[in-house]
Design a protein around this ligand. Structure first.
Ligand code: FES
Length: 184
C-alpha cells in the first residue's frame, strides 16, 4: 500500500467518526489537508462521495475558508497580514517587496517550490503590526527592509523545525492565535 492509499484509509476513518457530527465536513477537510498537503479535486470528490454530499458543496467550503488550500503549496508559506492595523503600518509595501523579490503574486508559488505568497486577514496579534507568518512562525514589527533578510533566511534554512521563543522580531503565536478551525 502506498502513502496515498494509506492517507485515504486514514481519511475514511475520520469521515466515519466525524462525518455525521455538526461541523463534520470542516473537520474532515482539515484532516484531509493535513494528510495530503492540500485539497485537490480528487480529495474533494472523495470526501463528497463518502459523505454523500454534492461535490460543489465540498468545493464551496474548501474555497470559502482561507485556511484551506486547493493547490500545492511551496515549502514555506508566507502570509502577509493585510488587516487594518497592519495595513496602516505599510503592510502593502511589505507585500510588494515579497512580490518583487520572489517574482510571484499572492496565491502563487515560486518556480523552485520554496515559497508560496499569500495574504491573510487579521490574525489577532495587532500589537505586533505589521506582521506576517512564515509557516507557523510569526514575524512582527517588520519593515520593508526586513523582507530580503527573511527570504534569505528561509531560502537557506527551510521551514523552522520548531518555533523558538523569539529573537527581537519574532514571536511564537499564542495557541489561540494560531490558525483555528472556523466555527461550525
Ligand atoms: S491587523 Fe494584522 S494582526 Fe491584526
Amino acid at each position: 500500500m502506498n502513502v496515498e492509499e494509506r492517507n485515504y484509509l486514514v481519511l475514511d476513518k475520520i469521515i466515519e467518526r466525524y462525518g455525521d457530527r455538526p461541523g463534520g465536513l470542516i473537520r474532515v477537510l482539515y484532516k484531509a489537508q493535513e494528510l495530503f498537503g492540500y485539497l485537490s479535486r480528487d480529495v474533494q470528490t472523495h470526501v463528497a462521495e463518502k459523505m454523500c454530499l454534492p461535490v460543489g458543496h465540498v468545493h464551496g467550503v474548501a474555497t470559502f475558508y482561507s485556511q484551506f488550500v486547493t493547490a500545492p503549496q511551496g515549502k514555506n508559506v508566507v502570509r502577509v497580514c493585510m488587516g487594518t492595523a497592519c495595513y496602516v503600518k505599510n503592510a502593502q509595501d511589505i507585500l510588494n517587496r515579497f512580490r518583487e523579490l520572489l517574482g510571484v503574486e499572492p496565491d502563487e508559488t515560486t518556480a523552485d517550490g520554496l515559497f508560496t505568497l499569500r495574504t491573510t486577514r487579521c490574525i489577532g496579534a495587532c500589537s505586533l503590526a505589521p506582521l506576517l507568518t512564515v509557516n507557523e512562525s510569526v514575524h512582527g514589527h517588520l519593515s520593508v527592509y526586513d523582507v530580503a533578510r527573511l527570504v534569505d533566511r528561509y531560502r537557506k534554512e527551510g521551514p523552522d523545525e520548531e518555533v523558538s521563543p523569539v529573537e527581537h522580531k519574532r514571536q511564537r503565536p499564542a495557541r489561540d492565535q494560531r490558525a483555528a478551525p472556523p466555527p461550525n
